[in-house]
Design a protein around this ligand. Sequence first.
Ligand code: PLP
Length: 408
Amino acid sequence: MAQHDHNHSWNFETLLVHGGIDHQAKKAGGTPTVPPIYASTTYLHNSVEELDRAFSGTTPEGEDAFVYARQANRSAHALETTLTSAEKGVGTVVFSSGMAAIHASLLAAGLAPGAKIVASKDVYGPSIGLLQKLFIPAGVEVVLADLCCPTAVERIRQEQPDIIYVETISNPLVKVIDIDAISAAAKEIDAVTIVDSTFTPPSLFRPIEHGIDLVVHSATKYIGGHGDSTAGAVISAKNTLLDQVRAYSHLLGSMLGPFDTHLMLRGLRTLSLRMERHCSNAAQVASFLHEHPAVARVHYPGLPDHPQHDIASRLLKPGQYGGLLAFELKEASRAAVFRFMDNLQLCLSATSLGDVFTLISYPPISSHRTLTNTELQNLGITEGCVRVSVGIEHVEDIIQDLDQALKS
Ligand SMILES: Cc1ncc(COP(=O)(O)O)c(C=O)c1O
């Protein structure tokens, strides 16, 4: 399906606000300024001959053609076009969740029996679960490696994988991967690269500009931004890969429905603005925690003592180091963390991230729940580790709440 945007000369923020709609193409009787929600599963055409042609996805004039909502639906179109412009790809397919997007991206990249993938050992737990439960039994070789360390490139050269899978910033310790180095190493060995860029939406970082083939988002997080809808997206740098992603979306039936598409597009329009506030709040919260007597250590890429601060400064939008941070309580015990979280009055003790609300989570009971104590230790996640997804509330209110809960 063709995905074009009408004005490539606009700045990023303008593209997000107006993306996917041609406000100049006026219709008699009034043009909606917001794309409608097309809650139709099937589409009529003027003749059976036209219907037959529409199954190819385009009209003879190159316009988008629709026949059945699982294959392509008009509602998703504006969201996909806007994400394509935002990430500077050739096309996007949106999914019903981030996990569905990850699944389709792995299949599209060619993760089939006999193929080998090197994935960062720090990626989201269920992404590792997907590789272990679905792909290893199907005959795929999965290597989990430390790709945040300076020897990552050497490891990739040694392993010679067909596919490399990483996240830009890891959960919960916000380690930053040198995407430039990974992408260069992948090119040497002709491997397909997939980056889960959920923690770094396109206002902060655009992996395709750094040579990455497929970008994945859990749009449930920053792109939607309001904690009211679940979605995923795969943006491709290449048409061949895009066709594969779309083909698997058709087969898996994991497309995004029209109502969630509407919420996602609405969220995406304010992404830049929200990210500015998420990042500036997170930077101030990180500095506050850094000085707090109850806190042993703060992990935030914007702090000069973060191990990958220089990489983050090179890759990310200047001054915007993301909205996620983690910190370790001096009293490093589960009981102390529970007490701290139970005493919060503004920040929400809930899983997920990227919402307008500040969300606090304890990895051993949420994202890393299935890991043993030894596995947690190997990842560097201590008993006193707390993750904060800093929201867009007034920063003084967030800091005051954290302070009173820490004092408790
Ligand atoms: C980095 C990352 N990728 C993927 C996912 C999965 O996204 P979803 O919950 O939308 O399926 C998550 C969810 O927390 C995540 O944090």
